[in-house]
Design a protein around this ligand. Sequence first.
Ligand SMILES: C[S@@+](CC[C@H](N)C(=O)[O-])C[C@H]1O[C@@H](n2cnc3c(N)ncnc32)[C@H](O)[C@@H]1O
Length: 273
Amino acid sequence: MVDVTVGHGGHSFLFGSRLSAAGTLVGLDVDSKSLERARRRLAPLACRVILLKSNFSQVAECLAALGLREVDFILADLGLCSGQIADSEVGLSFRTDMPLDMRIDASLEVTAADIIRDYDEKSLADLIFEYGQDRASRRIARFIVERREREPITTTGQLAAVVSRALRTPGGKHPARHPATRTFQALRIAVNHELDNLRDLLAAAPGLLRKDGSIAIISFHSLEDGLVKRDFKAREHEGIYRLRTKKPIPPTREEIVANHRARSAKLRIAQKT
Ligand SMILES: C[S@@+](CC[C@H](N)C(=O)[O-])C[C@H]1O[C@@H](n2cnc3c(N)ncnc32)[C@H](O)[C@@H]1O
């Protein structure tokens, strides 16, 4: 199997525990710190474990380099680990002030601060609308441009304050959803090319799965889930996949209580015919 978002190895440990010494588990992640944790977590497994620092858009190349032509299971748990959001080097949190970076993969070149500095007002508005699905995108973009003319916006705190002001929410309180949530989502998607990576993974999957092998994808927002849903449906239509989930599987109440961030998760599974 290949876990293309191995993270801290939580899912891989559960699946890997079911594999014998004859099984192989390949884990990919773009984040070296996550891979290090996964390496420790998966060390006790009986199966062969191969961990690679790679973007899942390259999953076909990774498996080919390992001499693995086909797999029985592809797992993707999209997004980020909680540790990455709290990591001050990554700069994804609006609750604490951090450099406005957002690169999960440190080898990427363009940061969120670069986008906020370089995009013109219309491009910023389009990005916030398209990837953040925020209807106030034009107003937010205008406030960002006005602000950056006075001083550069280089931290998450500065950006969160500008967006809060644009949306006229009184500061000081911590509402369930911060007003900058959608803007931050938009920048994160753009910085990390999240939707393009997912498209590449979806395109590669049918060629990598053995007959009756499955692909399971957990997504956290409707842009991702929409891509997965349309891809699985189209391939069902072509006779390549059988849908194992007609509707996405949501988390249980217990899961949400144990892990609040799981509340927006959607799991879809397809099986190669
Ligand atoms: C939600 S976490 C996965 C948690 C994992 N399932 C576990 O049980 O610990 C998502 C992980 O995917 C990684 N990631 C995000 N986009 C990626 C991509 N395009 N290619 C490879 N890894 C990616 C992140 O660095 C993060 O470690």
